[in-house]
Design a protein around this ligand. Structure first.
Ligand code: BES
Ligand code: MN
Ligand code: MN
Length: 477
């Protein structure tokens, strides 16, 4: 087989790969902002062209309805009916990126990718929105595909791929379920889903992620008087929605930092002693991680009875992501606002149900309505948690591919983040997912100065290249 040729191709063509990376990053494909719809279309087209050049049959599929269109989905398939070996892989990635705010905190403009040399803070890297999440990680796969096509003339090096690139991952994948339903026939031909949108255990420590958390996201608004009021004339006489909302919010956690919503923990799988032990042996240093974000060791707080890694990977959590209300301009203004809101996320683990948690949370707020006030609720959707089979043939192939490409066995980890498509594919068409991601904890995904390090890019591209041969040689269960 020609894996070595493809690995050499990746090395020899790295300058061009990085140029392509920079081109793609320059397109400001912020999926959630309608102003950027022409850019998301451009970014989707860019990926489609790349895949065409690697021999795939590619279509851009529109989503949503005429009145409420969504972002296009890139759907590529291996041409022809036969002549492919190994399992059929569905590669999923997303070309949309998060908004850039607060833009003033970026050291360089988010859509003018900057190539920086290694320094005390990080390795050689590209800084731009989407560098790690997820354009850089998708491009590792695209370049591996290009390499196989260039060196063997065969799309996917002879392994059958279906490739689905979404433009709404960062805004809740609202049209994905319908898309999967409409394309069940195509998608269910795949044997396994492969995603590069997660992280490694650390620098130079590749990993396979075998589980991600689910998500429920609601916005609650507490409405009091029908107008803003003078806080001297009215304060202490009427409900102040901000006072009352924050008092209710403070009841979300008990002394042990457990979420107080009834039945919240129903169905949560207990951690096994074996898993706890295995995670302990990974040697993750929570104090170093805290230091990296400017916190002292005593900041290692969370649900009682679980350590830092257990809390991230195996326990459900509740976080306030934003509070809106009242006067926030410069100086003082003595006012009681007529309403206040909060945006709440719940990270979920198997076997919690996102819709049930959202409903239970809404009921919990209703049960605590401050006198004379009313609530408004908005459900911003979410996704199911996913824990993946660790013994499957394709996962073992991915394990060997990473080991060959990086010279080190991957760690088996989980992640606290959410990638709703995995749960969706599992429940709708029974597909297992393999998360083969190469991000680092300090990549600043979703934040100013997002970056992707070239060492990570190289490891990922090589691993995807090596996976082709491993899949070809693997026999299914
Ligand atoms: N790639 C991330 C999720 C992620 C990051 C998983 C790092 C594991 C390690 C993804 O793009 C993301 O941001 N997901 C959202 C969920 C979505 C429904 C908005 C998240 O986790 O907040
Ligand atoms: Mn992502
Ligand atoms: Mn993201």
């Amino acid at each position: 087989m020609s894996t070595q040729q493809v690995l050499d191709w990746l090395t020899e063509n790295e300058t061009q790969s990085i140029e392509r990376f920079i081109q793609w990053l320059k397109i400001p494909s912020i999926g959630t902002d309608p102003k950027h719809d022409p850019d998301t279309a451009k970014a989707a087209q860019w990926a489609a062209d790349h895949l065409k050049e690697s021999g795939f049959s590619v279509e851009l599929k529109s989503t949503g309805t005429k009145d409420n269109p969504g972002q296009p989905i890139v759907l590529a398939t291996s041409p022809g009916d036969d002549d492919y070996t190994g399992p059929h892989v569905l590669f999923y990635g997303h070309y949309d990126v998060q908004p850039v705010d607060p833009v003033e905190l970026w050291d360089s403009p988010p859509f003018e990718p900057t190539h920086l040399p290694a320094d005390d803070h990080a390795g050689e890297r590209i800084v731009a929105r989407g560098a790690c999440d997820d354009k850089g990680q998708v491009l590792m796969f695209l370049e591996a595909m290009r390499g196989w096509h260039q060196t063997t003339g065969k799309p996917g090096g002879g392994v059958r791929y279906t490739i689905l690139l979404e433009g709404e991952e960062e805004s809740g994948s609202v049209n994905l379920e319908q898309f999967v339903d409409d394309h069940k026939d195509t998608l269910s031909k795949a044997d396994v889903c492969l995603i590069s949108d997660t992280g490694m255990l650390g620098r130079g420590k590749p990993a396979i992620t075998y589980g991600v958390r689910g998500l429920a996201y609601i916005e609650v608004t507490l409405i009091g008087p029908d107008q803003d009021l003078h806080s001297g004339l009215w304060g202490g006489k009427v409900p102040n929605p901000i006072n009352e909302l924050t008092k209710v919010l403070a009841q979300l956690w008990d002394q042990d930092r457990r979420v107080t919503i009834p039945n919240f923990y129903d169905g949560v799988r207990e951690l096994t002693a074996a898993e706890r032990q295995a995670w302990q042996e990974l040697g993750v240093d929570p104090v170093a991680a805290l230091k990296g974000i400017g916190l002292p060791p005593e900041a290692n707080i969370g649900e009682k009875g679980f350590n830092s890694i257990e809390r991230e990977w195996a326990r459900p959590t509740c976080d306030i992501n934003g509070i809106i209300g009242g006067y926030t301009g410069p100086g003082a203004k003595t006012v009681i606002a007529s309403k206040a809101s909060a945006k709440l996320s719940f990270r979920l683990v198997d076997d919690q149900d996102s819709e049930k948690i959202a409903a239970a949370a809404i009921q919990w707020f209703k049960d605590r309505t401050p006198p004379g006030c009313t609530w408004e609720f908005e459900n911003h959707g979410g996704g199911a948690p996913a824990t993946c089979a660790t013994e499957s043939t394709p996962l073992q192939a991915a394990f060997r591919a990473i080991e060959r490409a990086c010279g080190i066995k991957p760690a088996m980890i989980k992640s606290g983040g959410s990638i709703p498509v995995a749960g969706l594919l599992k429940t709708t068409i029974g597909l297992e997912t393999i998360f083969m991601g190469f991000g680092l904890e300090d990549d600043r995904v979703h934040s100013p100065n997002e970056k992707f390090e070239l060492d990570c890019f190289r490891m990922g591209a090589k691993s995807h290249a090596a996976l082709v041969e491993e899949l070809t040689n693997s026999t299914s269960d």
